[in-house]
Design a protein around this ligand. Structure first.
Ligand code: URA
Length: 304
């Protein structure tokens, strides 16, 4: 039997049929969690806007150390895995761009990515796809690489997989344009939607890491194996399945940020039988948001 919230997740993922058990607590959330009053000093998430996931316009981002983020509802699950020395070739990226990335602000970084000719996709792309949204939100979503529609429009996740992503987020009460920043590992479309090559990831990872440092999210949703490999430094033989079901931490410019892993929406479109697992991931993601002090408003919109 599903609670109403769980049922909405199923609907968003187009899983059915289903049985509704209304007004019952979510068995996957701690019993008291939703009712718990915010501890003193906790971020008042609704203050700046109607959204618990939106921040007031941030000051010019600077490198921060972990204690700045003491306002999360519960302590982090553990220290961030030490950021391993990037196993990436720094020689492939233009030396001038590479030198500017660490101090670049959001728009400067976009300009640097526009100019990037690190790999051959610089010649084949229609648009560099930088991000949807930017600093000022608390949720970052990281996918793989633009597809043909994204390449045409210069915006991530606007094709079919993007529609599914939107539904998945909305089932949690998250409005993607308002509440999230959406990023990809690769900023340019691999021709024919082939898999990213290691050297392409190596170039683009510099932009992604700086983006995460500038956004300073409180929770990450990592979708698909290339995003998982890049951000969690797993190896190709470590399946997504082995990373699901627990909360990871990702180092975002010196801060430990909670991260949940799930399947890529394109994969879910191809393998709908995996949607039930994605549903479990979304439940974990929702719980992780809560633990980070982000409680989503009740949804009013119904699917279908
Ligand atoms: N798939 C991705 O990983 N990113 C996009 O932007 C679109 C499809």
């Amino acid at each position: 039997m599903l609670s109403a919230d769980e049922s909405r997740l199923w609907e968003a993922l187009e899983i059915g049929p289903q049985w509704l058990l209304r007004e019952t607590p979510d068995p996957l959330l701690p019993e008291t969690s939703l009712a718990r009053p915010a501890p003193a000093g906790q971020r008042t998430v609704q203050a700046a806007s109607d959204s618990p996931v939106r921040r007031p316009a941030p000051p010019a981002p600077v490198r921060r150390t972990v204690p700045v983020r003491a306002q999360t509802a519960e302590p982090m699950p553990g220290p961030a895995a030490p950021a391993p020395a990037p196993q990436i070739s720094q020689t492939a990226l233009d030396a001038d761009i590479l030198a500017k990335i660490p101090a670049a602000d959001w728009e400067t970084l976009r300009t640097l990515a526009e100019k990037c000719a690190c790999c051959r996709m610089a010649k084949s792309r229609q648009h560099m796809v930088y991000a949807e949204g930017g600093p000022g939100v608390r949720i970052a979503i990281v996918g793989e690489a633009p597809g043909s529609e994204e390449d045409l429009q210069g915006i991530p996740f606007v094709g079919k997989s993007g529609q599914l992503l939107t539904q998945m987020l909305e089932s949690l009460g998250i409005t993607r344009k308002k509440d999230t920043v959406i990023l990809n590992v690769l900023k340019c479309r691999p021709p024919g939607n082939r898999n990213p090559m290691p050297e392409e990831v190596a170039c683009c990872e510099h932009y992604l890491r700086r983006q995460l440092e500038l956004v300073q999210p409180d929770v990450l949703l990592i979708m698909g194996r290339f995003a998982v490999q890049t951000l969690l430094r797993t190896t190709p033989d470590q399946s997504i399945g082995s990373q699901r079901g627990r909360v990871h931490t990702v180092d975002c410019g010196g801060r430990s940020v909670r991260a949940v892993v799930t399947y890529h929406p394109s994969y879910l479109l191809r393998s709908p039988d995996q949607k039930a697992k994605a549903w479990e991931d979304l439940v974990l993601f929702r719980r992780t948001l809560h633990e980070a002090g982000i409680d989503m408003p009740a949804r009013t919109k119904q699917w279908m």
